[in-house]
Design a protein around this ligand. Structure first.
Ligand SMILES: [Fe+2]
Ligand SMILES: [Fe+2]
Ligand SMILES: [Fe+2]
Length: 390
């Protein structure tokens, strides 16, 4: 049954409370929990951090909203803590990186198939082939640096193969800005998708920027720097799908709807009962936030929130392996490049992007170095070599 945001009232903000014990619970199991439980954890943490980011910017731009936004943000920060602290210390930062790319591949692939606007769907397919290649490069790094098989994290839901090579993903900034949807005509789901994937990519960017410098290995340090730069390109691409003519409160209302939609999707599909209870609790909280922002929207914009949220939410986001779809996109679209807002064959790529990356890669390419001769095999490269030696 689809979720109707106006009839579901949720929990009022002043009843949304936490304790440290609540927020810092027992982590999930790296190997025993389903990989999609981790996918949902990473996605929802990214979405909550984006909620914070957006409301901080909004508060800088609007005096009246400063106190109500501070109240909602406090809860969202605690939600993010409770979610993110579920990733325990048995995950190395590089293993968590593998999980981040799995989120980018599987969730973006699910969104691309559901997206009603063909141009937006193309943008999602374009981006996911790049994250698909990141997965391959990081898997080589995990194998060569830690002697671990990335498939232990992926649990066979996601292929480990080259995508659009990272070395050619570097584009001039003007070739990453896409056409936006039109706020007055776009489907409600198109708006939620753009906010959701932008949030997720932003978190990936920030994560790589934070952990990249912690590595001692020089190729690892360069690889994180290189892929973080692509994640900034992805944030630019996906963020540019959002209509910049939406008012602050209009976009915030959509953001709350997007958060509720995602928690709702998590509740429907979660297999770990303890985590499912948390998603249910946070769906209730988010509905409370939605209604609070809807009141602010009425009060300050003198408009009806039903103009923005025009009907029940779509069917839940699908959290499942999109392997067949990804393989098909890979075989048909790996040679696409960008020229301004358009996706073109590599023969028509913009000269600005070619010049940009020729310079950037002129002293070597970490993503090429790390994966030189790498073909994923179960149980790591070393295992394969030992087998050959016998
Ligand atoms: Fe990526
Ligand atoms: Fe990405
Ligand atoms: Fe929220």
């Amino acid at each position: 049954m689809a979720l109707d945001l106006f009839s579901a009232k949720g929990m009022p903000l002043d009843q949304q409370r936490f304790t440290w014990r609540d927020m810092v619970g027992k982590p999930i199991s790296k190997l025993d929990d389903d990989a999609f439980t981790r996918v949902r954890i990473i996605l929802m943490n990214g979405i909550e951090l984006d909620a914070l980011r957006m409301k901080h910017i909004a508060a800088r731009r609007n005096r009246e909203l400063r106190v109500p936004l501070a109240k909602i943000r406090r809860c969202e920060q605690h939600q993010a803590t409770m979610i993110n602290w579920l990733l325990g210390p048995d995950h190395s930062p590089l293993e968590t990186t593998i999980a981040y790319e799995q989120v980018a591949i599987e969730v973006t692939a699910a969104v691309a198939q559901r997206e009603p606007d063909p141009y937006m769907a193309q943008a999602y397919r374009f981006g996911l082939l790049e994250d698909f290649d990141h997965m391959y490069r990081y898997s080589a790094l995990l194998d060569r640096l830690e002697g671990k098989d990335a498939n232990n994290i992926l649990q066979s839901y996601t292929d480990i193969l080259p995508g659009r090579p990272t070395v050619v993903e570097h584009r001039a900034p003007e070739d990453d800005v896409r056409e936006s949807y039109d706020r007055s005509k776009a489907d409600q789901l198109t708006k939620l998708h753009a906010l959701m994937i932008t949030a997720s990519e932003f978190q990936t960017h920030d994560y790589y920027m934070n952990i990249g410098p912690l590595f001692a290995d020089p190729v690892a340090r360069q690889l994180y720097a290189e892929i973080a730069s692509i994640e900034e390109q992805h944030v630019t691409q996906y963020g540019s799908l959002i209509d910049p003519d939406e008012s602050l409160l209009e976009q915030m209302l959509l953001h709350e709807a997007m958060e509720a939609y995602n928690y709702y999707s998590c509740v429907q599909q979660e297999t770990n009962p303890r985590i499912k209870a948390m998603w249910e609790r946070f769906l209730d909280y988010e509905l409370g936030h939605f209604h609070m922002v809807a009141e602010l929207f009425k009060q300050y914009e003198k408009r009806d929130p039903a103009e923005i949220i025009t009907g029940p939410l779509a069917e839940p986001v699908t959290f499942a392996s999109q392997r067949e779809f990804v393989r098909q996109v890979l075989s048909q679209e790996v040679d696409l490049r960008a020229n301004g807002t358009q996706f073109v064959d590599k023969a028509q790529e913009s000269q600005a992007s070619i010049d940009y990356r020729t310079q950037l890669n002129s002293a070597g390419s970490p993503s090429e170095t790390v994966a030189a001769g790498y073909v994923w095999s179960p149980g790591t490269e070393l295992n394969r070599r030992a087998a050959v030696a016998v």
